[in-house]
Design a protein around this ligand. Structure first.
Ligand code: SF4
Length: 328
């Protein structure tokens, strides 16, 4: 597996996001110079608490939201400036599996009609629709005849499988899964994660997998990006991140997961107001290791002794000694 910050296992860079920034009219800084890459066939997990900017980032990648600055390059095309045929190809190659399948399907259309709509939008000949839809439904663990069901006739898990089929039916290169299993029961969640992994190995598709749940991301990701208050605070291979987290925020998130070994690091307080973030390191108001420098200087992402990237002053100097501070 490649080092953090570099393209993943397959090597070829498919998505390249550079310095993406977005501030909403109410002053909320939802994304602050977010940069990452996704390689062909790779899964990049993006985690963080609600409101950290992960879904905003996904929307900008999909061109559903215009960033204030930054670039998104997909398969060599400038996504934010693409027009005509190039834009159509970007739309086909970049697909979305949203969080809630109940609201993402038109209740008046059968599942088959929704999938066919996607094929029609991308110029696939009508004679190929039935076989293409049937094949994708079966690949996604449904029966072909379930395509003739209306959304309310399927369970939540079946409908999410249909949503995955809808995303994959156009043969995309990259699928953005935005909290795609968060609404499902744990047992169904595991089945859908296994399905996504199988489809990736069969079709070679890449995933940008967004979740607030670190344990979900662990099972599917090659690399993981951790966001806090609109910024990337850590980027690492999944193995390195879960074995040896470099940033205090990641360490705290992992320590609070159910069944996590070792001492729990309790974060006090809520995340600060994103419209008025703290100076320097935005995590400093909740960080157990905060130092004077943290208020004065914004820590930039830098390579740690384990090969990850982390934005923390402490990380650069005393990473091996990083452990929960003793209560005063
Ligand atoms: Fe904590 Fe300072 Fe590191 Fe921020 S820079 S995570 S406040 S030690």
């Amino acid at each position: 597996m490649s080092p953090a910050g570099e393209p993943g296992p397959a090597g070829e860079k498919l998505l390249d996001v550079v310095d993406l920034a977005k501030t909403f009219p109410n002053g909320t800084r939802a994304a602050d110079d977010v940069s990452f890459t996704v390689a062909r066939g790779e899964t990049l997990g993006v985690v963080g608490e609600s409101g950290c900017g992960k879904s905003t980032t996904a929307k900008m990648v999909l061109r559903l939201l215009q960033p204030d600055r930054g670039t998104v390059t997909f398969a060599g095309t400038d996504v934010l400036r693409a027009r005509g045929r190039d834009l159509k190809e970007v739309r086909r190659g970049l697909q979305l599996v949203p969080q809630n399948p109940q609201t993402s399907f038109n209740p008046r259309l059968t599942v088959r009609s929704s999938l066919e709509f996607n094929l029609r939008a991308h110029g696939v000949a009508r004679r190929a629709w039935r076989s293409t839809v049937d094949d994708m439904l079966v690949r996604c663990g449904l029966r072909a005849e379930q395509g003739d069901s209306y959304p309310h006739e399927l369970s939540g898990g079946q409908l999410q499988r249909a949503a995955i089929a809808r995303a994959l039916v156009t043969g995309p290169d990259l699928v953005v899964c935005d909290e795609a299993v968060s609404a499902l029961d744990k047992s169904v969640q595991a089945q859908v994660l296994n399905l996504l992994a199988e489809l990736q190995s069969d079709l070679g598709v890449s995933y940008l997998f967004i979740s607030h749940d670190l344990s979900v991301v662990e099972h599917i990701s090659d690399r993981v990006l951790v966001m806090y208050l609109g910024r990337v605070v850590e980027q690492a291979t999944a193995g390195s991140l879960y074995r040896d987290p470099a940033h205090p925020y990641t360490k705290a998130l992992l320590s609070s997961a159910p069944g996590a070994p070792g001492e729990r690091i309790v974060l006090t307080g809520e995340p600060p107001n994103p419209a008025d973030p703290p100076s320097g390191c935005t995590f400093r108001t909740r960080c157990p290791w905060v130092m004077d420098t943290c208020a004065a200087e914004r820590p930039l992402l830098a390579v740690t002794p384990t090969g990850s990237l982390a934005a923390c002053h402490l990380n650069l100097t005393s990473r091996p000694a990083l452990a929960a501070p003793s209560p005063a």
